[in-house]
Design a protein around this ligand. Structure first.
Ligand code: SF4
Length: 183
């Protein structure tokens, strides 16, 4: 599985800006729905909230009132996953629409928790192609930034690979290291 790096970076930038949804070609993969992840549901996601039983929703920690999280079952599966398919796919939470396992391969920061092993395997299967050498160098700078953030972030409790990877991408696209600014 491969992806043009420049196009991917432009797409994930929009997702991080809340101006787009992730376009991961998941196929039959549901690894992220079975990875013991809490799913954030925001107060304005009314159709989504209407489909999730109240008993499965809890106040989101460190978030304003009304923000909730949906937990997972004893197998680590999202309770909305039925017969290995999302039972609320058409109104799935915004967090699910934004999720992109390629952030790990793009930053070379991978989760280490055993319950994420399938997500990591999927992410490691992604490779990037480059329309130009500048894209290749841009990617290298992103990897270097992620590595530096990771080494800073490790002692901070709660700094997961997802936080580090997304933080690196957000900081990168906001910086002078963006594509087109290659020197
Ligand atoms: S709501 Fe649907 S897409 Fe989101 S984690 Fe659950 S099963 Fe997966």
């Amino acid at each position: 599985m491969s992806e043009d790096f420049g196009a991917w970076l432009a797409g994930i930038s929009k997702v991080l800006d809340r101006n787009g949804v992730s376009d991961v070609p998941c196929g039959e993969c549901t690894a992220c729905c079975r990875a013991s992840q809490f799913v954030h549901v925001e107060p304005d996601e009314l159709e989504t909230l209407a489909r999730i039983p109240r008993a499965l929703l809890f106040p989101a920690p460190n978030a304003p009132v009304g923000h909730r999280v949906m937990g997972y079952d004893e197998r680590g599966h999202c309770p909305m996953l039925v017969d290995d398919r999302c039972s609320i796919y058409e109104v799935r939470p915004r967090a699910c629409r934004a999720y992109d396992c390629r952030v790990f391969s793009a930053t070379e920061v991978f989760p280490e928790e055993p319950e994420k092993v399938e997500v990591v395997a999927r992410a490691r299967a992604w490779t990037f192609t480059y329309a130009a050498d500048t894209d290749r160098r841009t990617h290298q700078r992103l990897v270097e930034l992620a590595a530096s953030i990771r080494s800073d972030a490790r002692p901070v409790p709660g700094s997961t690979a997802t936080h580090v990877a997304l933080g690196a991408i957000a900081r990168f696209v906001a910086s002078d290291s963006q594509p087109g600014r290659d020197s």
